[in-house]
Write a protein that binds this ligand. Sequence first.
Ligand SMILES: C[S@@+](CC[C@H](N)C(=O)[O-])C[C@H]1O[C@@H](n2cnc3c(N)ncnc32)[C@H](O)[C@@H]1O
Length: 195
Amino acid sequence: MLNFHEYLKYLKKNKVFGMMTEDELQALLLCVMNHDVDGDIVEIGAWAGLSTILLAMGETLSRLHRRVITIDHFKGSLEHQAMLKGKSTYSMFMRNISLCKVKDKIKVLQMDSQEAHKLLDQQISILFLDGSHMYPHVKKELKYYPEKVKKNGLILIHDYEPQWQTKIAVDEWIQENEEYEKVVLINTLLIVRKK
Ligand SMILES: C[S@@+](CC[C@H](N)C(=O)[O-])C[C@H]1O[C@@H](n2cnc3c(N)ncnc32)[C@H](O)[C@@H]1O
């Protein structure tokens, strides 16, 4: 049995840091664990791997045997680039997924999300968007990725709040596309279902 809060403590102690709150990480895990649509789990925006690890854990607990595919150029988003000073987060990501023993479950596409969608099949079970927060980037991701999500699949969007341009792009997309419905907001994690 997984003790979720003990597991988060273990990750913190081992310097596996991420950008989501405990509530959001818990929601991520439970969504993946309880969702019953077969297909791929696709993440945009891995950073150091914390969210990727939770997706892989949730998948293991679900027993559906879905692939977890993560897309990141590992150069950081605009808001991280001053801190990273040109360094990549790839080695930290690889260290963390190895430490948590989920490396074998994860396929990494180290590239820009604007290119990676061309490599994906039309069979996404859960799409998790947490890459760039810039309006034109999110707009393009919403153009190419949700069309690959299966009926009853989920689209999870992090940083859905007025501070980020993500919210503007997502609200426009929902208004223009009747097949998607907002289900629940947990802190800044928006869960959308494809009808
Ligand atoms: C907010 S962080 C992800 C945090 C991670 N989901 C977590 O909770 O631990 C955003 C990540 O998206 C990546 N990113 C930003 N724009 C991207 C793009 N256009 N294509 C691929 N990756 C991108 C950055 O390199 C960064 O690692």
